[in-house]
Write a protein that binds this ligand. Structure first.
Ligand SMILES: Cc1cc2nc3c(=O)[nH]c(=O)nc-3n(C[C@H](O)[C@H](O)[C@H](O)COP(=O)(O)OP(=O)(O)OC[C@H]3O[C@@H](n4cnc5c(N)ncnc54)[C@H](O)[C@@H]3O)c2cc1C
Length: 447
């Protein structure tokens, strides 16, 4: 594994920046306390034993807490004029180490800049620190819903756009770079502190590259008509009975908002719920109310049983928070220091599950559907980074797409981002160490 190659940008005039930030944000808007700097220098990368073994990977010199989009912009203006590295940060749940300040400098905590600015017909505008769950609530009040949100529903809009990729809603809408974003307000690291408005294709260039080409201060995202959702829980004697339903549920009309499947060991690690009975494979879905009968018939025909059908947005959130990486996190809580995971995709997840499971000792798949394709998290017992990386070739032989969650490099459109950053971040101050030459990105392959 390549260690952070970012060079420290020292010496930079830290004291000058701190004084300027105090002037701009007041005493409470800036911290140099060790505890605050440490809190601002970790993220969700504990999910990876490969990265965890290398922690700590950086420590902020100073943390700023702007409370509005305009304050974010002036902070970025000041830091970039003084040549201080800037690591943007939302809720710090990103699971690849993307939010760790490898070179120290300023961590820009945006969780206090969280206003929902407007909700219109088919679109919503909010500041970068707004939580995804607050956006869904604001949209619901206007009889609409957001197209997607991650299983970390309390994470920030800016963090989801810059670090995340999809979640609840991806079954229909794919990833967050596929029409989710309508417009962005960005501040570049060019010393001006000016907010630049970008729309359409220009806006997509700032999605999923960890803030390395610009800091998102505000975003406008697409909304759709609110649907009447039901939380649907079913269980099965075996995972093999459940798997074909991932495809069958993907043919329901209207589509579900989420379908999640786990074999019994993974399901048993989830939070206690009578609708997830011990020792059984678990299928959880967020279904349009009009499809519940059809889904029930599919479950029964496959030899399973429906455990519960629940109403209300809390049930949808609960099911979302047991999707994507979350079953792996629960598995790691149940069996500390035992499991790692790889993000996987493709039909072999259903058609060749035994071979997929056999790639790693103790292999276990958590499965979802995104844009008509099976995707998931393949857990395995951890022994060494080499064993993890060796499995990638075997996955490729099986026709399984994979993404390596044990590295922190920008691996989505890195050439496009480098080109953009040449002008938007001429001194390489934005999230240093993440946007590197692709040849250094060992084991990285976006599926
Ligand atoms: C258990 C678990 C489950 C997860 N499930 C999902 C999931 O379902 N789907 C998914 O996509 N991801 C998932 N993730 C990853 C992560 O939680 C999400 O992507 C989340 O939306 C990130 O938001 P955040 O506010 O925590 O961002 P952070 O972790 O704070 O930041 C993420 C990245 O974006 C950069 N950044 C933050 N704010 C800005 C900004 N305003 N402008 C520019 N750059 C910025 C940071 O520097 C960092 O590189 C999961 C992680 C864990 C640990």
């Amino acid at each position: 594994m390549t260690t952070p190659d970012a060079k420290r940008h020292m010496p930079y005039p830290l004291e000058e920046l701190i004084a300027e930030l105090r002037e701009l944000l007041g005493e409470r808007g800036v911290s140099v306390e060790l505890a605050a700097r440490e809190r601002a220098s970790v993220d969700g990368s504990r999910l990876s034993p490969v990265i965890s073994a290398q922690l700590p990977l950086g420590l902020a010199d100073v943390v700023a807490y702007p409370t509005s989009a305009d304050e974010i912009a002036v902070v970025v203006g000041a830091a970039s004029r003084l040549g201080v590295p800037i690591t943007p940060r939302g809720k710090g749940t990103g699971n690849y180490g993307q939010a760790i300040p490898f070179t120290g400098g300023l961590v820009l905590d945006m969780t206090k800049a969280r206003a929902v600015v407007s909700v219109g017909d088919g679109e919503l505008t909010a500041e970068a620190g707004a939580t995804m769950v607050s956006l869904e609530q604001a949209a619901n009040k206007a009889d609409q819903q957001i197209l997607m949100y991650p299983s970390t529903a309390q994470s920030s809009l800016g963090g989801f756009l810059a670090g995340g990729s999809g979640g609840t809603g991806s079954i229909k809408h794919g990833s967050n770079h596929q029409g989710f974003v309508k417009a962005l307000d960005i501040v570049h690291a060019d010393g001006t502190g000016e907010i630049v408005h970008v729309e359409g294709d220009e806006a997509q260039k700032y999605v999923h590259n960890y803030g390395t080409a610009g800091i998102i201060v505000r975003a406008t995202i697409a909304l759709e008509q609110l649907q009447d959702w039901r939380g649907f829980f079913a269980s099965f004697d075996s995972f093999e009975q459940l798997l074909p339903l991932m495809r069958a549920f993907g043919e329901l009309d209207p589509l579900p908002r989420l379908t999640s499947g786990d074999l019994s060991t993974l399901a048993d690690a989830l939070p206690d719920d009578p609708a997830i009975p011990a020792g059984r494979a678990s299928l959880r879905a967020i279904l349009d109310v009009s499809t519940v009968d059809a889904a029930t018939a599919l479950v029964e025909a496959a030899g399973g049983r429906v455990e519960d059908v629940r109403e209300g947005p809390q049930t949808s959130m609960k099911i979302s928070m047991m999707s994507y990486n979350h079953p792996i996190e629960w598995l790691q809580k149940a069996y500390p220091d035992t499991y790692f995971h790889v993000e996987v995709s493709g039909d072999p997840l259903i058609d060749r599950i035994d071979e997929v499971h056999a790639v790693y000792p103790g292999g276990m798949l958590h499965i979802e559907t995104a844009h008509g394709r099976p995707i998931g998290m393949l857990a395995g017992r951890y022994s060494s980074p080499e064993e993890v990386f060796a499995g990638f070739d075997r996955l490729a032989e099986l026709g399984v797409g994979y993404h390596n969650p044990h590295q922190w490099f920008v691996d989505f459109e890195p050439a496009r981002t480098r080109e953009l950053a040449r002008t938007t971040d001429p001194n390489g101050l934005l999230n240093p160490g993440k946007l590197v030459d692709a040849t250094l990105a060992t084991g990285a392959k976006v599926s």
